[in-house]
Design a protein around this ligand. Structure first.
Ligand SMILES: [Zn+2]
Ligand SMILES: [Zn+2]
Length: 302
């Protein structure tokens, strides 16, 4: 399962009751954070997230509202005595920017590894330390190079102990077989399919912010269990200006959710000029029924 928390939901700048958009997810104790604008460590604390578990940071792009919380987050991790490495994935240019931001964080007790991802094509990689958790990045359309991310947990088939008992396989080999490895025992070879019951669907969520509507977004989000997508404004007012600045509104996000045939949509990255995004709930659900307009700290387990 994947625990997901949208710890902040704002765009551009933090407000007194709304932190900048940041999404934390956790699989088997490994934490992945997407974006860290100003005050992210406070948003995480308020959402009761165990910040010390973050081992991967995905950055969508290098506008301040998505990265300026990096030094503060690093100092929080230091304070929590993190010693394991932090893996950062980001668009090109990130090594220089992150190095510069890190120079005000003295004596971090953990290493930071930075990978710059291709800005112009879909790219797939394994989540560090979690082989069955696969991340795909895809280029979006913003005023800076910007990536959206699709995260997929591939689940093992269900182990059936009755089948293992029938085949007289000793207990010590059960975990090995469930991991997908063959076992040779008593002159015979046993395979995973002999002790499991069929395939389980993978769990997937997609995160996209700061982009005009585009086809890559639909392709990336296709059939996601959860789609977290930018909606700067609730309606089509000022849509021309919004497009020029490379953003989407609620209607764009709901249309994308419908086209991508996702199960659930969460809107985020609300403009500071929109104090009450919740008034659009009914109108937006006419486009895509299973839409949520989350407050900071909104959680779900897939
Ligand atoms: Zn932004
Ligand atoms: Zn931006």
């Amino acid at each position: 399962m994947i625990d997901i928390c949208l710890a902040g939901t704002g765009g551009m700048m933090p407000l007194k009751n709304r932190w900048l958009t940041t999404c934390y997810s956790e699989v088997q104790g490994n934490g992945i954070l997407i974006d860290c604008g100003e005050g992210t460590q406070i948003a995480l604390a308020q959402a009761d997230i165990n910040t010390n578990r973050i081992n991967t940071l995905l950055i969508t792009h290098f506008h301040a509202d998505h990265i300026s919380g990096f030094p503060g987050l690093m100092l929080s991790l230091k304070n929590f005595q993190k010693t394991s490495p932090l893996y950062v994935f980001c668009p090109p240019g990130g090594k220089e920017i992150i190095k510069n931001l890190s120079c005000i964080c003295d004596d971090l007790p953990f290493k930071i590894f930075i990978d710059e991802l291709p800005p112009d094509r879909f790219f797939s990689f394994e989540s560090p330390g979690q082989k069955d958790f696969v991340i795909i990045s895809a280029p979006m359309r913003h005023t800076k190079k910007c990536l959206a991310y699709r995260l997929t947990l591939n689940r093992k088939p269900v182990f059936n102990p009755e089948k293992a008992k029938e085949l007289n396989i000793p207990l010590q080999y059960w975990k090995v077989l469930h991991r997908g490895e063959d076992v040779e025992f008593d002159g015979k070879i046993f395979t995973t399919d002999m002790v499991t019951d069929g395939e389980r669907n993978p769990l997937t969520y997609t995160y996209a912010t700061d982009t005009r509507p585009n086809d890559n977004l639909i392709e990336l989000a296709e059939k996601s269990d959860l789609f977290i997508c930018e909606g700067m404004y609730g309606d089509d007012e000022n849509v021309e200006d919004l497009r020029k600045k490379g953003h989407s509104n609620f209607i764009d996000a709901a249309m994308a959710a419908k086209k991508a045939d996702v199960k659930e949509l969460w809107l985020t990255h609300f403009s500071p000029a929109m104090p009450n995004p919740y008034v659009y709930k009914d109108s937006i659900r006419k486009i895509f029924q299973n839409t949520k307009i989350p407050k900071d700290g909104f959680k779900k387990t897939l």
